[in-house]
Design a protein around this ligand. Structure first.
Ligand SMILES: [Zn+2]
Length: 244
């Protein structure tokens, strides 16, 4: 069975294929991550070749064949080129980090509609707003963790079940999750959270305006990375952030 489908997508990466073509990975709205062959994309006259570039937001038409690993595209239109991200080093670093998360951690052919919508929204925000890209990235990273099945719940202590008091110092154990002040005393803890950090973590989950220091954001981003690599052993942290 083969059908012609049309879907919105973010370009994740591209590699040369044969003499004139490219294979690009797309994070699509309807089919999740898929590799697509773009014929003739390396020709200097190819408009499609220019459109298929990492981070571009596009609409792609392709022949979808169930048993085929790589699809063939017939038509690609550019929906948005995030020009301000390309001109700003901080914006670019954190946008590359988002692309890297999607590239390394999404399985092929698994649709994630909500994650797709959140990804387009975050690129819009990083590109169009004056909000700190590091803050936007930290918010996205937490959302991403939830969407791929590693939600960090902040409501109750995972040992005694008591409600977490937001003014307390708490801790985090990779196996159990968040622990209240009392339970932190006699457990192995992998991360300690001051009440400020805890409040920031909770704020990142729910609100668009949070008080934060750069150090606290760095701490949380590194905590998310370590939590993720504890759960997914192949994940060794985000390389894009190592060149900061
Ligand atoms: Zn407890």
């Amino acid at each position: 069975m083969s059908e012609i489908v049309k879907t919105k997508a973010i370009v994740l990466n591209k590699i040369n294929f044969g003499d004139t073509s490219r294979i690009a990975n797309f994070f699509t709205e309807d089919f999740g991550k898929i590799p697509v062959i773009i014929k003739g994309a390396r020709s200097s006259k190819s408009k499609v070749g220019l459109i298929v570039d990492t981070m571009n937001y596009v609409e792609i038409v392709f022949y979808k064949k169930e048993n085929r690993e790589i699809q063939f595209s017939s038509q690609i239109e550019l929906l948005k080129y995030f020009s301000k991200i390309r001109e700003d080093y901080e914006k670019l670093i954190y946008s590359n980090a988002i692309i890297e998360l999607l590239n390394t951690l999404l399985m092929e052919n698994e649709p994630h509609k909500l994650l797709f919508a959140g990804t387009v929204k975050i690129f819009d925000l990083i590109n169009d707003s004056n909000e700190n890209p590091k803050f936007l990235f930290a918010k996205y990273f937490l959302f991403f963790l939830k969407e791929i099945g590693y939600d960090i719940q902040t409501e109750i202590c995972n040992s005694c079940g008591q409600k977490i008091v937001y003014d307390d110092e708490v801790s985090f154990n990779y196996e159990l999750g968040l622990l209240c002040k009392n339970c932190s005393k006699d457990r192995l803890t992998n991360f300690n959270f001051s009440s400020e950090l805890l409040k920031l973590l909770i704020c990142l989950k729910a609100k668009n305006n949070c008080h934060y220091s750069e150090e606290d954001l760095d701490y949380l981003i590194s905590f998310f990375e370590k939590f993720l690599s504890y759960n997914i052993h192949e994940f060794k942290g985000i390389r894009s952030l190592k060149f900061k």
